[in-house]
Design a protein around this ligand. Sequence first.
Ligand SMILES: Nc1nc2c(ncn2[C@@H]2O[C@H](COP(=O)(O)OP(=O)(O)OP(=O)(O)O)[C@@H](O)[C@H]2O)c(=O)[nH]1
Length: 537
Amino acid sequence: MASQKQLSIFYQRIIEQWGNAHGLRTVCELTCRNFSESFGVIHSQLLVAYKSTWKTLLDMDHEGIHYQFPPIDVVSNVRITSEHVTKAISNHRPQYTTHGNIKRLWLPLERRSNIIGCLIVDLPSETQQACEDFSLLATLLASELDAGLLSQTIKDEHLGRRSAERELQISQHEQQNLLQQLQSLHEISFKLWRADSMNSMLFTAVDEGKKQLHLDRMAIFLFAKNQRMRGTYGTDIHGNTVDEHYFESEIPDLWFTAHTVSNEEYLAIENNTPLYHDLKQVGFGWSAYISLWDEDTPVGWIACDNLLTGMPLHDYHHYLLKQFGFIVSQHIVRRQAEESLIRLNKELEQRVTERTAELERVNARLEIISKLDPLTEVYNRRVFDQKIMEEWHRAERHQLPFSLLIMDVDHFKMYNDQYGHAAGDQCLKVIASTLAKLERRSGSLFARFGGEEFVLLLPGQDHNAAIFAAKRALSAIQKLQLPREYGVDDARNIVTISIGVSTMIPSIHGSPDEFFKRVDMALYEAKSQGRNRYCVI
Ligand SMILES: Nc1nc2c(ncn2[C@@H]2O[C@H](COP(=O)(O)OP(=O)(O)OP(=O)(O)O)[C@@H](O)[C@H]2O)c(=O)[nH]1
């Protein structure tokens, strides 16, 4: 009787409380609590057939009630397995099983001939309640469970769809951002291509890289020799792009060096890390390092961070930063090749200019040498032969006087015999330089004709001028007082010269050769008359 009363209170409370309950969770929790309070239940568990397997929706023990939707697997539950449940509900009716001092009530929850759940309640063994007494509860709970699960599933699906939509929206947004930024990368690449030098290219990379990729700070470092690296352009702590060529240091042995350079990777990112400016910590955030490569050789890196805004790095940034690093690497390599080619060309041009100047100097020197007599360094016979031809024809055209003097050292054979050939050479040099200085009028030419014989060509100069020149030459040599200590009848004991002189206005009937012979005859005459004199024909 007592058990009947207990049962009716149990049902009464359930019906009252369920009336105020909102949602499946409350219904389930109230049911188990009532079981516990009314019948001293030790453990109760509500399993549901969910997605073709048995799952735990609620578990109540002395620690409390655990309700979980979506329901969780019963795998970990060794007390009750799926096989136990399947067996217990096979006749669709409530039943007891005994486990030591526990009477376990298995209450199949059936809806439209389908078992949709099972309430398992561990009662004390002395419980008098017949298991059929709970059939009504099973019917009521099955109905609540059916409706509750359905609405929960719908709600869940709705939520799932909403969150899927939100994810889709986010991913579409990210996709759009990525597309926009890929377009930006293309624009950056174009600007880098148009930059007119390596420096302006690096400045553009930093400045545009930040703007277009929405990054707070960026700096580009290039590797130099001996494991060192130097700055190029970077960002100050206010976000301005600044020249950092002053910066030089050893390549630091840090995590990103190992990650990028040693592993031949493009990108290394660290979150929640100290951020630096000029090697001093200035903040905290993420920092990314992008390696720059020339094929397999690292040439530098780009450093970026979020010092100013603390903006998080998006997923698409990983791809963008790699692409950016790739583009900048390409431009650096191209620029370096171009600039070394320009340098090489400049060096070549410089060398060609130097060699050309040197060649011109040598040619000029050769030109002079080819015109000079090697011993006396006055004009040689080749120059005289050319000059007499030119001047002869000029004088002929303009009907101008034309004078020629042939000067010959007297008794020079004896000089050589007396003093030796070397002294003879020296004597010839002194005579030549003395005579060469005398005549400076334009067009005139003094040359060594050969041996101890010199010629003085005086185009445009008449008979008197020629005689003046001859006298002056004789006197100049006499004044030298070059000793000559060998006895010859007609001479004082100094070196002298004899001169043949002639002047004429050239005509087509004459020739330089004939004229020369005439002067030579005059010289012969001067020699015959006793030397140290001039003779005119
Ligand atoms: N040391 C020296 N002697 C030269 C050079 N060229 C010619 N001679 C010499 O000049 C001498 C010219 O001698 P000759 O033609 O016989 O006439 P000369 O002894 O001067 O007598 P005259 O002309 O008749 O007064 C020769 O002995 C040549 O060897 C030269 O470059 N150096």
